[in-house]
Ligand binder design. Structure first.
Ligand code: ZN
Length: 171
């Protein structure tokens, strides 16, 4: 027991103090709750969460979540803190608001593009229909010779030239 204490008092069993304990100028215990999430090589990460949440709150929040969730909790606090430093008034809420605005803007652009696409495809469809009708009027690919005196079907032929052609043929 006393040898453990000695180790902690000396060099924490060979391990250097975590960023939290270094920042707070205190001894880093073997079971320091901050150590796994605030390594000494990233002092800025702890400095920003301390500035925003306070070291004791960071510790309390980490203690409040199950161990397997603590990494994510620390990442979340670190992210929230870094955004809060950038935007002291709104913090993450400002970022969320900004992203929601972007989503709404993009959504309305999508709606406009969808509307245009529907309009142009309807227009294209209409043009194709017209081309088919014109094609039939001119006799199209189907020669009048293929149409042997079927009176009822004459009504299908709208083009004047076609009608004239048929009149010539049958008179
Ligand atoms: Zn520590």
């Amino acid at each position: 027991m006393s040898s453990n204490q000695n180790q902690n008092q000396n060099q924490n069993g060979g391990r250097s103090r975590c960023a939290g304990c270094k920042f707070l100028r205190r001894r880093c215990a073997q079971d320091c709750i901050l150590a796994p999430y605030f390594p000494p090589n990233n002092p800025h990460r702890f400095a920003s969460v301390h500035k925003v949440f306070g070291a004791s709150n960071v510790t309390k929040m980490l203690q409040a979540v199950p161990e397997e969730m603590r990494g994510k909790a620390a990442d979340s606090m670190s992210y929230e803190a870094s955004i809060r430093v950038q935007d002291p008034v709104y913090g993450c809420a400002g970022m969320i608001y900004q992203l929601q605005n972007q989503i709404m803007e993009v959504q309305s652009q999508i709606d406009i593009v969808k509307g245009k696409t529907a309009f142009y495809s309807a227009q294209q469809h209409q043009q194709q229909q017209q081309q088919i009708e014109i094609g039939v009027g001119d006799g199209g690919g189907l020669g009048f010779g293929d149409f042997h005196g079927v009176d009822d079907q004459f009504l299908l032929w709208n083009g004047l030239a076609g009608v004239q052609h048929l009149e010539d043929k049958f008179n």
